[in-house]
Write a protein that binds this ligand. Structure first.
Ligand code: IMP
Length: 178
Protein backbone atom coordinates (compact mmCIF):
# COMPACT_ATOMS: atom_id res chain seq x y z
CA UNK A 1 0.00 0.00 0.00
CA UNK A 2 1.24 3.51 -0.80
CA UNK A 3 1.04 6.35 1.65
CA UNK A 4 1.33 10.10 1.35
CA UNK A 5 1.50 12.93 3.84
CA UNK A 6 -1.76 14.53 4.92
CA UNK A 7 -2.48 17.73 6.79
CA UNK A 8 -0.64 19.02 9.84
CA UNK A 9 -2.23 17.90 13.11
CA UNK A 10 0.34 19.56 15.39
CA UNK A 11 2.56 22.40 14.24
CA UNK A 12 6.17 22.78 15.35
CA UNK A 13 5.14 25.90 17.34
CA UNK A 14 2.40 24.14 19.29
CA UNK A 15 4.70 21.17 19.96
CA UNK A 16 7.44 23.50 21.26
CA UNK A 17 4.98 25.32 23.55
CA UNK A 18 3.64 22.08 25.00
CA UNK A 19 7.12 20.57 25.45
CA UNK A 20 8.10 23.64 27.47
CA UNK A 21 5.00 23.24 29.69
CA UNK A 22 5.70 19.53 30.23
CA UNK A 23 9.28 20.29 31.31
CA UNK A 24 7.94 22.90 33.74
CA UNK A 25 5.44 20.39 35.18
CA UNK A 26 8.15 17.74 35.59
CA UNK A 27 10.55 20.20 37.25
CA UNK A 28 7.79 21.39 39.63
CA UNK A 29 6.82 17.84 40.65
CA UNK A 30 10.38 16.67 41.04
CA UNK A 31 11.42 15.39 44.44
CA UNK A 32 13.53 17.14 47.10
CA UNK A 33 16.77 15.73 45.77
CA UNK A 34 16.01 17.41 42.43
CA UNK A 35 17.32 14.48 40.41
CA UNK A 36 15.70 12.52 37.64
CA UNK A 37 16.68 9.82 35.16
CA UNK A 38 14.93 10.29 31.83
CA UNK A 39 14.59 6.97 30.01
CA UNK A 40 13.87 7.43 26.31
CA UNK A 41 12.41 4.62 24.24
CA UNK A 42 14.21 4.40 20.93
CA UNK A 43 13.79 5.41 18.24
CA UNK A 44 10.80 7.72 18.09
CA UNK A 45 11.04 9.29 21.56
CA UNK A 46 14.62 10.48 21.02
CA UNK A 47 13.36 13.54 19.15
CA UNK A 48 10.87 14.55 21.85
CA UNK A 49 13.28 13.71 24.68
CA UNK A 50 16.10 15.96 23.46
CA UNK A 51 13.75 18.94 23.26
CA UNK A 52 12.12 18.10 26.61
CA UNK A 53 15.33 17.87 28.67
CA UNK A 54 16.69 21.10 27.23
CA UNK A 55 13.63 22.89 28.66
CA UNK A 56 14.46 21.67 32.18
CA UNK A 57 16.10 24.06 34.66
CA UNK A 58 19.91 24.11 34.84
CA UNK A 59 19.91 23.36 38.58
CA UNK A 60 18.04 20.10 38.10
CA UNK A 61 20.13 16.91 38.11
CA UNK A 62 18.94 15.41 34.82
CA UNK A 63 20.40 12.13 33.54
CA UNK A 64 19.46 10.61 30.19
CA UNK A 65 19.46 6.95 29.22
CA UNK A 66 17.86 5.00 26.37
CA UNK A 67 16.25 1.63 25.80
CA UNK A 68 15.15 -0.13 22.67
CA UNK A 69 12.40 -2.69 23.17
CA UNK A 70 9.73 -4.71 21.41
CA UNK A 71 6.70 -5.98 23.22
CA UNK A 72 5.21 -9.43 22.85
CA UNK A 73 1.97 -10.14 24.63
CA UNK A 74 -1.71 -9.41 24.41
CA UNK A 75 -4.32 -7.50 26.33
CA UNK A 76 -5.08 -10.49 28.51
CA UNK A 77 -1.47 -10.91 29.66
CA UNK A 78 -0.91 -8.89 32.80
CA UNK A 79 2.87 -8.94 32.57
CA UNK A 80 3.84 -9.47 28.95
CA UNK A 81 7.25 -10.09 27.54
CA UNK A 82 9.50 -7.26 26.55
CA UNK A 83 12.40 -8.09 24.31
CA UNK A 84 15.28 -5.73 24.97
CA UNK A 85 17.42 -4.79 21.96
CA UNK A 86 19.36 -2.11 23.82
CA UNK A 87 19.33 -1.83 27.60
CA UNK A 88 20.01 1.07 29.96
CA UNK A 89 23.65 1.88 30.61
CA UNK A 90 23.16 2.63 34.31
CA UNK A 91 21.23 1.13 37.20
CA UNK A 92 17.93 2.86 38.08
CA UNK A 93 17.74 1.39 41.59
CA UNK A 94 16.69 4.12 44.05
CA UNK A 95 16.37 6.72 41.26
CA UNK A 96 13.44 8.91 40.21
CA UNK A 97 12.73 7.59 36.73
CA UNK A 98 10.59 9.12 34.00
CA UNK A 99 9.98 6.97 30.93
CA UNK A 100 9.61 9.13 27.83
CA UNK A 101 7.70 7.69 24.88
CA UNK A 102 6.53 9.27 21.63
CA UNK A 103 3.03 7.80 21.55
CA UNK A 104 0.90 5.47 23.62
CA UNK A 105 -1.56 3.54 21.51
CA UNK A 106 -2.81 0.18 22.82
CA UNK A 107 -0.58 0.72 25.87
CA UNK A 108 0.90 -2.77 25.64
CA UNK A 109 4.50 -1.74 25.01
CA UNK A 110 4.53 0.73 27.89
CA UNK A 111 2.74 -1.50 30.38
CA UNK A 112 5.13 -4.37 29.72
CA UNK A 113 8.12 -2.08 29.92
CA UNK A 114 6.93 -0.53 33.19
CA UNK A 115 6.60 -3.98 34.76
CA UNK A 116 10.16 -4.72 33.73
CA UNK A 117 11.50 -1.43 35.09
CA UNK A 118 9.57 -1.77 38.38
CA UNK A 119 11.54 -4.96 38.97
CA UNK A 120 14.71 -2.86 39.03
CA UNK A 121 13.44 -0.97 42.12
CA UNK A 122 13.49 2.71 41.15
CA UNK A 123 12.50 5.17 43.92
CA UNK A 124 9.71 6.39 41.61
CA UNK A 125 8.57 5.54 38.10
CA UNK A 126 6.55 7.96 35.96
CA UNK A 127 5.54 8.16 32.33
CA UNK A 128 5.68 11.11 29.95
CA UNK A 129 4.22 10.71 26.45
CA UNK A 130 3.97 13.28 23.70
CA UNK A 131 0.84 11.78 22.14
CA UNK A 132 -1.96 9.69 23.57
CA UNK A 133 -4.26 7.75 21.24
CA UNK A 134 -6.60 7.06 24.13
CA UNK A 135 -9.37 5.49 21.99
CA UNK A 136 -7.14 2.52 21.17
CA UNK A 137 -6.12 1.54 24.69
CA UNK A 138 -6.21 -2.21 25.42
CA UNK A 139 -4.56 -2.08 28.79
CA UNK A 140 -4.52 0.62 31.44
CA UNK A 141 -1.34 2.64 31.64
CA UNK A 142 -0.89 5.49 34.09
CA UNK A 143 0.34 8.42 32.03
CA UNK A 144 1.69 11.10 34.37
CA UNK A 145 2.52 13.69 31.71
CA UNK A 146 0.79 13.87 28.33
CA UNK A 147 1.49 16.32 25.51
CA UNK A 148 -1.62 15.89 23.39
CA UNK A 149 -4.56 13.48 23.16
CA UNK A 150 -5.14 12.65 19.51
CA UNK A 151 -7.78 10.74 17.51
CA UNK A 152 -7.24 7.23 16.21
CA UNK A 153 -5.44 8.12 12.98
CA UNK A 154 -1.89 7.32 11.95
CA UNK A 155 0.52 10.23 12.36
CA UNK A 156 4.16 10.86 11.47
CA UNK A 157 6.88 13.42 12.12
CA UNK A 158 8.81 14.70 15.14
CA UNK A 159 10.22 11.18 15.63
CA UNK A 160 7.16 9.19 14.59
CA UNK A 161 7.55 7.04 11.50
CA UNK A 162 5.59 5.07 8.96
CA UNK A 163 7.71 2.03 7.99
CA UNK A 164 10.84 3.99 8.91
CA UNK A 165 9.90 7.11 6.95
CA UNK A 166 9.09 10.72 7.91
CA UNK A 167 10.62 10.80 11.40
CA UNK A 168 12.50 13.95 10.44
CA UNK A 169 9.45 16.18 9.84
CA UNK A 170 9.26 19.22 12.14
CA UNK A 171 5.45 19.13 12.29
CA UNK A 172 3.27 16.12 13.09
CA UNK A 173 1.08 15.16 10.12
CA UNK A 174 -1.57 12.64 9.23
CA UNK A 175 -0.73 9.85 6.80
CA UNK A 176 -3.16 9.13 3.98
CA UNK A 177 -3.47 5.82 2.13
CA UNK A 178 -3.27 6.33 -1.63
P1 IMP B 1 1.39 0.42 21.84
O1 IMP B 1 2.06 -0.75 22.48
O2 IMP B 1 0.24 -0.03 20.96
O3 IMP B 1 0.97 1.50 22.79
O4 IMP B 1 2.44 0.94 20.81
C1 IMP B 1 3.04 2.16 20.81
C2 IMP B 1 3.97 2.20 19.62
O5 IMP B 1 3.22 2.07 18.39
C3 IMP B 1 4.65 3.54 19.52
O6 IMP B 1 5.88 3.55 20.20
C4 IMP B 1 4.84 3.71 18.03
O7 IMP B 1 6.05 3.10 17.62
C5 IMP B 1 3.71 2.92 17.40
N1 IMP B 1 2.61 3.81 16.92
C6 IMP B 1 1.33 3.80 17.34
N2 IMP B 1 0.59 4.72 16.69
C7 IMP B 1 1.44 5.35 15.85
C8 IMP B 1 1.26 6.44 14.90
O8 IMP B 1 0.19 7.03 14.70
N3 IMP B 1 2.39 6.81 14.22
C9 IMP B 1 3.60 6.21 14.40
N4 IMP B 1 3.79 5.20 15.27
C10 IMP B 1 2.73 4.77 15.99
Amino acid sequence: MAYKLGEVILSRESIARRVHELAEDIARDNGKDNSVVIVGILTGAAFFLTDLVREMPEDMDVRVDFMSVASYGDSTTSSGVVRIFHDLKSSIEGKNVIVVEDIVDTGLTLSHLLELLKGRHPASLKVCVLLDKYERRKTEVKVDYCGFRIPDKFVVGYGLDCAGKWRHLKDIKYVIEE
